[in-house]
Design a protein. Structure first.
Length: 381
């Protein structure tokens, strides 16, 4: 396992002085590399053949978005390793998380949880790695709990969440909706990462698409948990200035076609359609090819039949390493509203996920849907 650690320790760039405050799990041993400042923690009582380590890297400079930073770190982590199963992604507080199962060049299989947070012009990475599935099952919840306890109070200048101030009223000419651009940053999704900004007509902007969409969105709670990703914008005719709570800020331009030019990238407005919209047809996750085993069929009367689509697009509860809602097939009713789709199964299961329709023509048979940021394509009427 030592060589695998050497590979991991070479991932991150030059260290900075300021970093996130964290509390390692109680009773875990601690080792710090005096040359790099990288710390590693291991639980007591492991069998000689078992390894579990939480590696805490020093922060490094990064000027891109939180999504870009996470994608880049995952790309580096996966370099020269063979993926043994599909990666899984989620969030814990303001951290983005990717779960990997890889075969290293030495022939050893490892399980990894890559946690990243980004603020101002910095990012920091935590990686929990094991060499056995049973060790992962036992200690992953402990590692996730450590990450969940990090307050995300950044080491730079403390800021007051916008939610503590009176909400600004909507003004004519403001921007409203979910905007998306694609960035070529390597990693999964064929080297393309999706970068979202959600603009609100009261002058606020959120650099993230909530996993549950915007239906009944807890704005105040999001301000507390995701303060670094919130900011505000000021319109100046067709131009605007976007300033995030802990940086950076960008000059923007609203183009005649409704797209936004921000930081050299063109953001395109997405839509889920009107509240109560219905669909018709069978859809499949784009990466499943000809495999119909996880298809979902939507009916215009509000019913759905799910063969297992949630196994491809559903939300993951990272605290327990499992789906938030059991992924068994089932049927029930669906509801679309405010960039959200709600699946209500006849057996009582319920899940709400983000939703929009790329290139939406307003009909009920769109060629493609995006559920929880995963693309699904229409395969039959």
């Amino acid at each position: 396992m030592k060589r695998e650690f050497v590979v991991l320790l070479s991932l991150i760039g030059p260290p900075l002085q300021a970093q996130l405050a964290y509390d390692p799990p109680q009773g875990w041993s601690r080792v710090v590399n005096p040359n790099t400042g990288v710390a590693s923690f291991s639980p007591p009582g492991l069998a000689p053949s078992r390894v579990a380590v939480m590696i805490v890297f020093q922060p490094d400079t990064f000027s891109g978005s939180a999504v870009d930073y996470h994608t880049e770190i995952v790309r580096r982590t996966a370099t020269n390793a063979r993926q043994l199963e599909a990666s899984r992604q989620g969030t814990i507080g303001s951290f983005q998380v990717t779960l990997l199962h890889e075969l290293m060049p030495t022939g050893m299989a490892v399980w990894l949880r890559v946690y990243t947070a980004r603020w101002a012009d910095s990012g920091q990475t935590f990686i929990f790695t094991t060499n056995a599935r049973d060790v992962t099952i036992k200690y992953a919840p402990v590692a996730d709990s450590m990450i969940a306890r990090i307050t995300a109070a950044r080491p730079q200048v403390a800021t007051t969440p916008p939610s503590s101030s009176p909400a600004q009223p909507s003004r004519p000419g403001q921007i409203d909706g979910v905007y998306l651009t694609l960035k070529n940053k390597g990693g999964f999704n064929a080297g393309v990462s999706k970068d979202y900004m959600v603009f609100f007509p009261n002058g606020e902007v959120f650099w993230h698409l909530p996993q549950e969409g915007l239906l009944d969105f807890d704005v105040a709670g999001s301000h507390r948990d995701w303060n670094d990703f919130w900011g505000h914008y000021e319109m100046q005719g067709g131009r605007f200035q976007v300033t995030f709570n802990t940086g950076p800020d960008y000059s923007g331009l609203r183009n005649g076609d409704g797209t936004l030019l921000i930081g050299g990238y063109t953001y395109v407005r997405q839509t889920g359609g009107p509240d109560g919209r219905t669909l018709r047809g069978t859809y499949r996750a784009y990466n499943l090819g000809q495999d119909p085993s996880r298809d979902v069929t939507f009916y215009p009367d509000g019913r759905f039949d799910d063969r297992g689509i949630r196994g491809a697009v559903g939300a993951l509860d990272l605290a327990y390493g499992r789906a938030k809602v059991p992924t068994d097939p089932g049927s029930g009713r669906y509801r679309i509203a405010r960039y959200s789709i709600v699946f209500e199964y006849s057996d009582g299961r319920r899940e709400q996920l983000s939703f929009y329709v790329p290139g939406d023509d307003g009909g009920n048979t769109p060629k493609q849907l995006v559920i929880n940021t995963f693309n699904v394509v229409r395969v039959s009427p």
